[in-house]
Unconditional design. Structure first.
Length: 395
């Protein structure tokens, strides 16, 4: 990735410099920061809540999907000379998922033919303006309810105005319009990778990625939680501290903790002998929270470690390399997981994910270029849930 732009896992720098990153011990509810969210979030009235009280909720990822949405990375100014390799990784991920369910990839109109040629006929490419590949964050977060399918637009603002997003800020709106799906505009700024639900009323999130003046200036954690409850149909939010200012996402939950079924959480853990750092301390803090937390139904949580590979054995390179197995994607009939070249750790993670998702194929995909940019498979995908009674997508 270009040295001039922060990746999803690199220390942030600006022309004037930033203070050293620290574990978030509690963000202020107000700030004089000049970073502002998109105008749509800033002007959306908190009372405008079409999802609240109407029975809409976000389904768990492991429930049936209608399709998966992805996006074609567009900008050399973001990826530099790694853009062709990143696109090839996207091809591999999309083709793997397409063996189990339909995949629709958004690409800039002037790049859509090239994308289609590289992807082949197993993936549908649609012309829709995008900036980068992170469909989890830029796309709508889908909810289902008594009137069918809707999409929540969480006002993507480039993870707090850290990256260009003129097109990506409109992806949720434009995609929902293209498919004729009802749009619920949120009054907060967040991203799909910052949200993890069990489908039974429980949500996990990091304070660092939401209770942050670069997304939600002047909003308290309680105010943000209230909007999450209204938009996503949850009744319990489990908060972790996370890490603020150390990567472009401010520590998204989908690289830290994931539900694998109600009452069971997979947790990213450092490998044996890994020196303590800010990320391992974030994992330790999450483990401490999970050890005493209960879900929306009062159940204690079982935690399963998903241990990262040995950085001396992986085949990828780069100081921003995101070597976590936790950023996998659950699609119809399969788990699409990253592998990194540490054969022992890759095998162990595949075994753990197989145990946690019985009956699903475990499909391994090497994503060294995406991971070098600080992202993963889950970051590059967004599922459209299948409505009850609809025909299953091909698998």
């Amino acid at each position: 990735m270009s040295q001039d732009h922060p990746s999803r896992r690199t220390v942030l720098r600006s022309g004037t410099g930033l203070a050293a990153a620290v574990l978030l011990a509690g963000c202020s509810s107000s700030s004089d920061s000049t970073d502002q969210p998109t105008d749509r979030a800033a002007t959306a009235p908190a009372s405008a809540s079409p999802a609240a009280g109407t029975g809409y909720a976000m389904p768990a990822e492991w429930l049936p999907h209608e399709r998966t949405f992805m996006a074609w990375p567009a900008l050399t100014e973001v990826w530099g000379d790694q853009l062709p390799a990143v696109r090839q990784d996207i091809v591999h991920v999309a083709q793997a998922i397409a063996q189990y369910e339909p995949v629709v990839l958004m690409a800039r109109p002037d790049q859509s033919d090239d994308a289609q040629q590289q992807l082949g006929d197993t993936v549908e490419v649609i012309p829709l303006p995008v900036d980068d590949l992170w469909a989890r964050d830029t796309g709508p977060t889908f909810v289902t309810g008594p009137q069918g399918l809707a999409g929540v637009d969480f006002n993507f603002n480039g993870w707090g105005n850290k990256q260009t997003h003129a097109n990506d800020s409109l992806v949720a709106r434009n995609l929902l319009a293209k498919y004729g799906i009802r749009r619920f505009p949120a009054s907060i700024v967040t991203e799909g990778g910052a949200i993890e639900v069990d489908g039974q009323g429980t949500l996990m999130a990091t304070e660092s990625s939401m209770v942050n003046p670069n997304r939600n200036p002047g909003k308290s954690r309680d105010q943000i939680e209230s909007e999450l409850r209204a938009r996503l149909g949850v009744t319990k939010v489990i908060w972790f501290q996370g890490v603020i200012g150390q990567d472009i996402t401010d520590c998204h939950i989908d690289a830290l903790a994931r539900f694998v079924e109600p009452g069971v959480v997979a947790l990213h853990r450092p490998g044996p002998g890994t020196p303590p750092d800010i990320w391992s301390r974030a994992s330790d803090q999450a483990l401490q929270v999970l050890s005493t937390a209960t879900d929306a139904h009062g159940r204690s949580l079982r935690v399963v470690d998903l241990i990262e590979p040995d950085f001396d054995k992986i085949t990828g390179t780069g100081s921003d390399f995101l070597a976590t197995y936790l950023n996998y994607y659950v699609c119809n009939g399969a788990v699409i997981m990253p592998v990194f070249g540490d054969q022992s750790a890759d095998d162990a993670a595949a075994g753990t994910l197989g145990d946690l998702h019985p009956g699903r194929d475990i499909v391994r995909v090497t994503i060294n270029a995406i991971a070098a940019g600080g992202g993963g498979i889950h970051c590059s995908t967004q599922q459209q849930p299948q409505l009850a009674g609809a025909s299953a997508a091909p698998s």
